[in-house]
Ligand binder design. Sequence first.
Ligand SMILES: *Cc1c(COP(=O)(O)O)cnc(C)c1O
Length: 403
Amino acid sequence: MMTPNTYDAEPIPEAARIEVDRMLQSGDLFRYTAPQDAPVTLLEREFADLLGSKYALAVSSCSASLFLALKALGLPRDARVLIPAFTFAAVPSSVIHADCLPVLCEVGNNYRIDIKDFEAKLKQDISAVIISHMRGHTSDMDAIMALCTDHNIPVIEDAAHSLGTTWNGKNIGTIGKVGCFSFQSYKMVNAGEGGIMITDDPDIIARAVIMSGAYEHNWAKHFTGPDVALEAAFARWQNQLPLYNLRLNNLSAAIIRPQLPELARRVRDGRANHDHVAARLNRSPWMQVPENLPPEQRAPDSIQFNLVDMSEDETRAFAAQAADLGVKVQVFGLSTDNARAFWNWRFIPGEVPELPRTKAMLMRACDTRLPARLTRPELDAIAEALIQAAETVMREPARAYGT
Ligand SMILES: *Cc1c(COP(=O)(O)O)cnc(C)c1O
């Protein structure tokens, strides 16, 4: 069977198309035109309720929400922010954008933060932490929260790619002080672009709302019910903060809202798909899918696996073979200018740091998309192609290298 296209998203629900059409008729696209209950405001309420947090602020991207979260913490210029060395370039970029300095921490073979290195670096004058649940892989949040609470350091969760993942039954993004999510097309909920942050802290949300572009008294349109603490916070920050204008528009909210009820199904199907393919890959001697940590229930829309006992040449040959068989595999550390390889983040001041464990992982960690909409035969075709590619490279090297 042909391997499926793994880049196409699911169709947007019909309800969104009706609402978008209504908006195009009225021209009501700006979140602050209506006196209350604009689609963006309703999305924020629904998202906060869905995740179980007090407040949400929808913005133009997850990157924007990470930036606003750092600004809302009120960090001084050049504050040091600890981030994992395996993440998307958006994370160190948000730190730089907030006039802070990223400090990189080692990530192990299982794509999760190396807690020993995290603990050591946390003592190096760190003012805030961003935990990136990269591709939905959740680091040991119990250990991280215990250490950060001890040192009184706020935690921002980059849950861009982890919507629907739980840790000890609690939604990822609600464990730290702020959680940030993405609505970019490759994530669980697709609006093309968009992001949202959640928090229980009225001062953080008030500061972020104002800086996101709620000029004058537009913050008043963020209320969906009485909230004395939030009103007091807005009064404290009125006219005190610059406006960065990172708002979401009503069209995006209309596209997102009808997808929220689909989330549970996407998570369930994505997990079943992932576990089905993982079990097959793990039977190959050349591939290994790391286990999740016991408190984690994943919500994957892609699969990551490590190549076992393959040289760099064999790794390249494997990716080429898989592509020939119709499956695109990205080896994070091998593809040119990859945005998830820390040595490509040259915009960080200073030398590229020595992070041997993360580097070794990136050189053999493979990434393949596995959207929730795939059928069993399509999943089997992907697994078969990957297994076949590894067999060809490792058992018939002459053919694989094309000599
Ligand atoms: C996609 C992604 C981001 C960036 O999200 P945008 O909405 O595109 O800004 C940040 N972190 C991780 C882990 C991501 O997967």
